[in-house]
Ligand binder design. Structure first.
Ligand code: SF4
Length: 290
């Protein structure tokens, strides 16, 4: 059986930088708090937690004083920074530069628009950490649309300035743009900004080629990963014999019986070491059964 790991899968530069910052900081301090999981991958979170990185939720954050806290690549709304300032929290800011740039664009659009006649719309997942950070740039006023069923939240008699969460699919974005364009009232401007990160979008053609050449594919990703969902859906279109796995125990090893080629790929939040461990585990399985 051939088992191949996709060269183009694995951490994007935003995640690499955030993890590097955490590891550097942990060489100086035995304990570092991280607001939310540093990456949507429980195995990587566990690895870093053994080095002293402690994931905390927002309620815990809002009770911290005089500590060091890392903000992950997803970014945070201004209120999170404000709380840190008021409570002597030292921030290690690992917000991805792509997200930071998007936050700035949204803030600028919000500040130069009159809310009486203009709405800021964000195409993204409601409640997702990055989206919360983006909505925070508009003092909570932006309208979040996840799909066509959310379009009724938009007031089409106002101008619209739309942005996208960085990890959405370009196809989904184009659909929303088209649907909004059809409903905008005469005299209203509709400005849309494709702010999708190409670290995800550019992987699609490569990953799709990779999965098409294998008989069976294991897509390694945390279940909460947005880009994992986008990439998995694209892969499944070309190879339905694909399984999403988040750790080694998720795999039913009997699925490999009679299979000649297995591809292993993953999201921008998937560590290479996990894909390699999975490959070794399949090889052990193969040796056991042969
Ligand atoms: S997917 Fe893009 S925006 Fe998100 S963390 Fe990675 S590089 Fe940054």
């Amino acid at each position: 059986m051939i088992i191949e790991i996709d060269d183009n899968s694995g951490f994007c530069f935003g995640v690499v930088t955030a993890i590097k910052k955490a590891e550097e900081e942990l060489t100086r301090t035995p304990r570092l708090y991280c607001l939310g999981d540093i990456v949507h991958n429980s195995m990587e979170v566990e690895r870093l937690s053994s080095k002293g990185l402690i994931s905390i939720d927002r309620d815990t954050y809002l009770n911290l004083r005089d500590q060091k806290v890392l903000f992950r690549a997803h970014g945070e709304p201004p209120s999170t920074y404000q709380y840190a300032k008021e409570n002597n929290l030292e921030i290690i800011d690992a917000t991805c530069p792509v997200v930071l740039n998007l936050q700035k664009k949204i803030k600028q659009a919000y500040e130069e628009s009159d809310p009486a006649d203009t709405q800021i719309v964000i195409y993204g997942k409601n409640g997702h950490a990055e989206v919360n950070g983006l909505v925070g740039q508009t003092e909570g006023t932006a309208v979040v649309v996840e799909g066509l069923s959310d379009l009724d939240k938009i007031d089409f008699s106002k101008h619209i300035r739309m942005f996208s969460q960085t990890t959405k699919s370009i196809e989904g974005f184009n659909h929303i743009v088209e649907a909004i364009g059809e409903r905008v009232k005469p005299g209203c401007k509709f400005e849309y900004n494709d702010t999708i990160c190409r670290q995800v979008a550019n992987r699609i053609p490569k990953i799709v080629n990779f999965v098409a050449k294998h008989e069976l594919v294991l897509f390694v990703s945390g279940k909460k990963s947005s880009n994992g969902k986008v990439l998995f859906d694209e892969c499944r279109k070309v190879n339905p014999n694909i399984y999403m796995v988040s750790d080694l125990e998720d795999v039913d090893y009997t699925i490999f019986l009679g299979v000649k080629s297995v591809g292993i790929c993953g999201a921008t939040s998937t560590p290479k070491w996990l894909m390699e461990a999975l490959k070794r585990r399949i090889e052990q399985y193969e040796n056991y059964y042969n």
